[in-house]
Ligand binder design. Structure first.
Ligand SMILES: *Cc1c(COP(=O)(O)O)cnc(C)c1O
Length: 429
């Protein structure tokens, strides 16, 4: 499988090179040259397959022959060593809980897959790769955890000061070893811009092989398609049309869901649910794409003003605006609506949603799930990751799971940087 740049001005590369480079030299995102649907029998018999087999069948064409079957299956069984349950919240609505991994964020799967692929590619060499990543919250923790101790890889995480939750901050600043956290005086978009600039700065890249562990990296982005297959496997016997609502920030997760659909997964509709950072919602209304600086919200992992994966979604629909609108809707909700929903769901059903999950639930309601549909909203983080907001909104206490307890007492270590120049100095020192 070859990957080409969506800016169409860079050579095609194999999977390993796309993973090691992150972004193409022309600043474009890498995209698979083809997507071949899986046989119909794969979906008809999906209940009989275990998750590793499902994941292997789905990802194999994207990896190609660069990782042999046995090694790829080993990587997958390591990465997918926890549950992905669909929990029924009310009639015809379930939530796909993606928070049972080591950092309780859905990004664990992509981060761990990418880390193990890089580890595999580095297995016989002394090459060194620096993973540079911007986080609005959960990416940092998942990447730090996934890459901890991986041979030949240093990880540098940029996060906006004061805009991630305490637990998130602990998860990305306390591990040490090959992980460094840089605290940026700014918003997430500033962090993301600095990362993108660094990739193209030859005074850095002449000395260092940089790569990205944001969902622009194909090895972070593509494995997220597993979730949609795992969910389908669990709800298929209901015999209903499946609607997915995905709390979206950089739109990597939902984009991977659309890739699963291209592979043949039966999905009636995709709903992108966002907070007030509504660039895509406005695009669908006006057909004009006008990114705006991000605004801080209680669902901070989605505080993204210029979603980097949206261009991949447009590509999956062959840049056909009407075709996109047929299969895909986007809605935006503010913090007040999010809190009211968290309360309502808790009071009516006893289920605790985190702010991102609540936005996802709202998206399903706005789209309108009828009796022939089964709506699934993705719970992208455990409520404990947003402890203050959840406890104060619901007036209840959330039990802290052991994997979170472990980091709470560790000491934060970070380096404050104010601008790109300081990032550069740090990277070339
Ligand atoms: C990253 C994240 C999102 C957004 O996912 P994208 O793939 O960037 O759209 C949503 N919720 C949580 C909790 C996240 O960490």
């Amino acid at each position: 499988m070859q990957y080409y740049s969506l800016n169409n001005n860079a050579p095609k590369v194999a999977f390993s090179e796309a993973v090691i480079k992150g972004l193409a030299p022309d600043r474009g995102l890498y995209f698979p040259e083809s997507i071949t649907p899986l046989p119909l029998s794969f979906f008809e018999d999906i209940e009989k397959l275990d998750n590793i087999e499902i994941a292997y069948q789905a990802i194999q064409q994207f990896v190609g022959d660069e990782i042999p079957e046995a090694e790829l299956k080993d990587i997958l069984s390591d990465v997918l060593s926890f549950e992905f349950p669909v929990v029924e919240v009310e009639e015809n609505i379930g939530t796909l809980e993606l928070f049972h991994g080591p950092t309780m964020a859905f990004k664990d799967v992509g981060a761990r897959f990418m880390a193990r692929c890089l580890g595999y590619f580095n297995r016989n060499s002394d090459n060194h790769v620096t993973v540079l990543v911007a986080t609005s919250g959960d990416t940092g923790g998942a990447v730090a955890n996934g890459f901890l101790g991986v041979k030949g890889v240093d990880v540098v995480i940029l996060y906006p000061t004061g805009k991630v939750s305490d637990i998130q901050e602990k998860q990305l600043t306390t591990l040490g070893q090959n992980i460094t956290a840089l605290e940026v005086d700014g918003v997430f978009d500033d962090c993301q811009d600095m990362v993108k600039t660094a990739f193209l700065d030859s005074s850095i890249t002449d000395h260092k092989q940089l790569t990205s562990a944001n969902s622009i990296n194909v090895a972070r982005w593509l494995p997220q398609l597993f979730y949609f297959l795992f969910a389908y496997k669990q709800v298929k016997s209901k015999g209903k049309d499946v609607v997915f609502s995905v709390p979206s920030g950089n739109f990597g997760n939902i984009c991977a869901g659309i890739v699963a659909h291209k592979l043949g997964l039966p999905v009636k509709h995709f709903v992108a649910s966002t907070n007030v950072n509504d660039t895509v919602v406005r695009y669908l209304e006006t057909s004009e794409y006008t990114p705006k600086p991000s605004k801080a919200t209680i669902s901070n992992a989605m505080d993204v003003g210029n979603p980097s994966n949206f261009i991949r979604i447009q590509n999956l629909f062959e840049n056909n605006f009407e075709a996109l609108k047929n299969d895909f809707s986007a809605y935006s909700f503010d913090d007040h609506q999010t809190r009211e929903t968290m309360k309502k769901v808790f009071t009516n059903t006893g289920y605790i949603t985190d702010p991102h999950g609540a936005v996802g639930y709202l998206g399903l309601k706005e789209y309108g799930v009828d009796n022939n549909d089964y709506g699934i909203f993705l719970e992208t983080a455990h409520p404990v990751k947003f402890l203050d907001v959840v406890e104060e909104t619901l007036n209840t206490s959330v039990e802290i799971p052991p994997q979170i307890q472990k980091v709470m007492n560790k000491e934060k270590k970070s380096i404050v940087i104010n601008d790109y120049k300081e990032l550069k100095e740090f990277l070339i020192k």
